[in-house]
Design a protein around this ligand. Structure first.
Ligand code: NAD
Length: 297
């Protein structure tokens, strides 16, 4: 069960990166978007990133300018844009990276279930929804996995490969092998909320927020403590500003609704308040901190 032809639906922040790493890994890739302007933007991002990587390879002496150029051209030559999901019919694997809305994702997989060949494996890049619900909607739960990449996809080495109780063993192995072909280190996980990384990370961010709410320590001291005491590249409140307070709240509220008795999924009032005030983090210029681009004050 070798994965050679891959479809990626959604060519936004995550999707364009997935398209790129799959093409770098030698797959033919069809990138499907909802609108031409989004597709153009996604493909332009990929071209810029592929060319930057080629320049770096030359700088580091890993390739001659000719080799780097030929490799970049080969990667870009394997990528084809489309606005028509029918072009995904004979893919070995189709990865969904559209908006984080479960009903929209379920409707998409239902449609794909009718469009794609029986061999096609489906994968979702969701950060927070149960893989099993989308698998059921697709009509082919045995051929369904989670493939959770991290942002920025081109640089982050992890992919979480998520299996449900219904996932076929060979399908799971093929999905892991695809992750490796993309240059990632796959980890396997069951279909549990947040998989490995977010299940540990989001409650940690919540604890930091609750410390701030209680006045146990200032935001600067909480962040400095975790940076210097644990060697983390940034503290939890800075990290929440990067992730987006709205995204964090959305994930937590979804989990709280599904698992009301899980104490780690408490929604801090401070998070609700800041989101209501439009303080969503770095992207809006203010969250826990004020932001000017990457500069924090
Ligand atoms: N942003 C992150 O750090 C991150 C990390 C891991 C996983 N994810 C998950 O990846 C998914 C995508 O997130 P993103 O940050 O790339 O979002 P994004 O908004 O940047 O991109 C989504 C893209 O999907 C397109 N789209 C929406 N509906 C579509 C449809 N029906 N058909 C074709 N294209 C469609 C949109 O036009 C948009 O370009 C979400 O499920 C998110 O939870 C995000």
């Amino acid at each position: 069960m070798e994965i050679k032809k891959v479809g990626v639906i959604g060519c936004g922040l995550m999707g364009h990166g997935i398209v790129q790493v799959a093409a770098q890994g030698g797959c033919e890739v069809i990138a499907v978007e909802a609108q031409q302007d989004f597709l153009d933007k996604g493909l332009a991002r990929i071209e810029k990133s592929v060319k930057k990587l080629a320049e770096k390879a030359v700088e580091k002496g890993k390739a001659t300018p000719e080799q780097a150029e030929a490799q970049a051209a080969a990667t870009l030559g394997r990528i084809h844009g489309s606005l028509d999901k029918k072009d995904l019919a004979d893919c070995d694997l189709v990865i969904e990276a559209i908006v984080e809305n479960l009903d929209v994702k379920k409707a998409l997989f239902k449609e794909l279930g009718g469009l794609c060949a029986a061999k096609t494996i489906f994968a979702s890049n969701t950060s927070s929804f149960p893989i099993g619900e989308m698998a059921a909607a697709s009509g082919r739960p045995a051929r369904f996995v989670g493939l959770h990449f991290f942002n920025p996809v081109q640089l982050m080495r992890l992919v979480e490969v998520v299996r449900t109780d219904a996932t076929d063993e060979e399908v799971f192995a093929a999905a892991r092998a695809f992750g490796e072909a993309c240059g990632k280190s796959p980890v396997s996980c069951k279909d549990t909320p947040g998989f490995v990384v977010n299940r540990l990370l989001v409650p940690y961010m919540v604890q930091a927020l609750q410390m701030l709410e209680r006045g146990d320590a200032t935001k600067e001291d909480i962040d400095t403590a975790m940076q210097l005491g644990c060697g983390y590249p940034m503290g939890p409140l800075t990290l929440t500003d990067y992730v987006g307070l709205d995204t964090t709240l959305f994930i937590l509220q979804g989990w709280k609704e599904r698992y009301p008795n899980e104490p780690a999924f408490e929604v801090p009032a401070l998070l609700v308040k800041l989101v209501a005030e439009g303080k969503l983090g770095r992207k809006t210029g203010e969250g826990f901190y004020k932001w000017d681009g990457d500069k924090r004050s």
